[in-house]
Design a protein around this ligand. Structure first.
Ligand SMILES: Nc1ncnc2c1ncn2[C@@H]1O[C@H](COP(=O)(O)OP(=O)(O)OP(=O)(O)O)[C@@H](O)[C@H]1O
Length: 469
């Protein structure tokens, strides 16, 4: 690579990396993005190589950040058409373990060819991606508990032979709680029941990129025709469609066309359809006209079951019960971190020949553990809300029914439900011994107000920022 070219790439990378730091936060960024080294751009194929020091980290980054990295690079440098994440050539001999199987994008040459062929690609129309269903993300590998059973059942219906009573299915959950897993599982199950089916899985980000490329290359007719030829369309991270009017319109027409033919559609997002700012109302109504299924944060029982299931399926070495219990109790934020923590611990133990123990977990998972240890308390929430609305702290428990104190109290109850693992009765007790139905009412009311009242939404956002910082 020429020196000047290397300097330019380094400058672009500095910008991209900084942007990702803002999006992902310090911990994820320093663990996975910072170690990336930039290779050169292959002028013929437009492929940019990104190198990571180990197989494990290359797989991880590829799983989680490939699309974002590729999109960012495509925006930064028009000559980049594809980003390839791989282990640094000098490090290939390092063997690391992946508990969750090889989750690779199809365009990286992963072993998804059978699926890709059966599922079809948008290909010629400028849609360069082929379907990349991860073989490990199946219904059988999806562990259920109270938090996700509704979503899992709905997903199974979507894949069943008989026509589901609803479409689209819209899966809603915070990050790392299994949306993508269920999308892939639907794809696999549908494909095994209909081996000739045409399935397309993509993220909304990728949909946008392909849409813009098709526009630029005057290939919209082919793009539309191919998009509408799928029997099952799975669109992940639909929140990223926000604000792009023309792409939204195309998606809207595609949804209408597919629904009219009884085809199946599944969307996943980190928020409810009504909370997708900047999405035009007609698209919003399509997204929410079927079934919106929520995946709640995994509770301790489910977290333990997930770890045990991963260990039964893939564990190459013994992980003592007290370590499983410790991880399930401590890594509460999301399942991705939970499984990632277990993966990391086992990989480290394997590479160094040590036994997995509580001490090793404490030593090796410091970042994940400390990020998960920060717990917001109901007292903290009440204090912050009272300061914000300038009311006396005693009003949180008082019986006063003046609107000036009732609304802040309801906001505090809502935040307690969102930010703490406390149950409705526990929250009620902290608010002057109120009944759990009062708390449920408050939570629903504030959820509803946030959608209808921009001021209320602004207040809650600002409180969330203060409490989560
Ligand atoms: N119920 C579950 N059973 C087994 N594995 C799970 C479950 N939920 C999540 N996982 C695993 O956790 C990891 C993260 O899940 P996934 O990628 O589906 O999250 P997501 O909700 O799509 O997150 P994001 O919004 O950040 O994309 C994956 O490895 C997935 O297999």
């Amino acid at each position: 690579m020429e020196d000047a070219e290397a300097v330019n790439l380094a400058a672009d990378w500095a910008d991209i990396s900084q942007g990702l730091r803002k999006d992902l936060g310090h911990q994820l960024h320093s663990q996975w993005i910072k170690p990336i080294q930039i290779g050169g751009i292959d002028k013929d194929t437009g492929t940019l190589d990104l190198f990571l020091p180990t197989e494990f980290s290359a797989n991880w980054v590829n799983d989680r950040f490939h699309d974002r990295l590729q999109l960012a690079w495509k925006i930064a440098r028009s000559e980049v058409r594809k980003v390839r994440v791989q282990v640094h050539p000098g490090r290939r001999q390092i063997h690391e373990l992946r508990l969750d199987g090889g989750r690779r994008a199809a365009n990286d040459g992963g072993d998804t060819s059978a699926i890709a062929v059966a599922a079809g690609t948008i290909g010629d129309a400028g849609f360069t991606s082929s379907v990349g269903l991860d073989p490990s993300l199946t219904f059988a590998a999806f562990v259920t508990g109270e938090a996700n059973v509704l979503a899992k059942n709905a997903a199974e219906r979507m894949a069943a032979t008989e026509q589901p009573q609803f479409s689209p299915l819209y899966l809603k959950a915070a990050t790392g709680q299994g949306k993508t897993h269920l999308l892939h599982a639907i794809g696999h199950a549908y494909l095994s029941a209909h081996p000739r089916a045409r399935i397309f899985y993509c993220s909304a980000e990728r949909f946008m990129v392909e849409f813009v490329q098709a526009l630029k290359q005057n290939q919209m007719i082919e793009f539309k025709a191919r998009l509408r030829s799928f029997d099952l369309l799975l669109v992940d991270d639909i929140q990223f469609i926000i604000g792009k009017a023309s792409a939204q319109e195309e998606l809207l027409y595609t949804i209408d066309a597919l629904l009219a033919e009884g085809k199946r559609l599944v969307f996943a997002a980190d928020r409810a359809p009504q909370a997708l700012d900047g999405v035009e109302p007609r698209l919003l109504s399509r997204l929410s006209m079927g079934l919106v299924a929520d995946i709640q944060a995994a509770d301790i029982e489910l977290r333990r079951k997930i770890l045990e299931s991963k260990l039964t399926r893939f564990a190459p070495l013994d992980v003592p019960g007290d370590v499983v219990d410790f991880l399930a109790r401590t890594i509460t934020r999301n399942v991705r971190e939970l499984v990632g923590g277990l993966n990391k611990l086992i990989a480290y133990a394997q590479l160094t020949g040590q036994e997995v123990s509580l001490q090793l977990a404490e030593e090796q998972l410091t970042d994940i553990l400390s990020a998960n240890r920060r717990r917001i308390t109901i007292d903290e929430i009440q204090r912050t809300v009272c300061q914000f609305y300038r009311i006396d702290r005693s009003e949180m428990s008082s019986k006063r029914r003046a609107r000036a104190v009732v609304r802040p109290r309801q906001v505090a109850m809502y935040l307690a439900k969102v930010l703490t693992p406390r149950s409705y009765p526990e929250i009620g007790r902290k608010f002057g011994g109120r009944d759990h139905s009062t708390v449920i009412h408050a939570v629903r009311l504030i959820e509803d107000l946030r959608q209808r009242d921009a001021d209320m939404d602004g207040d809650v956002r600002s409180l969330l920022r203060q409490l989560e910082s």
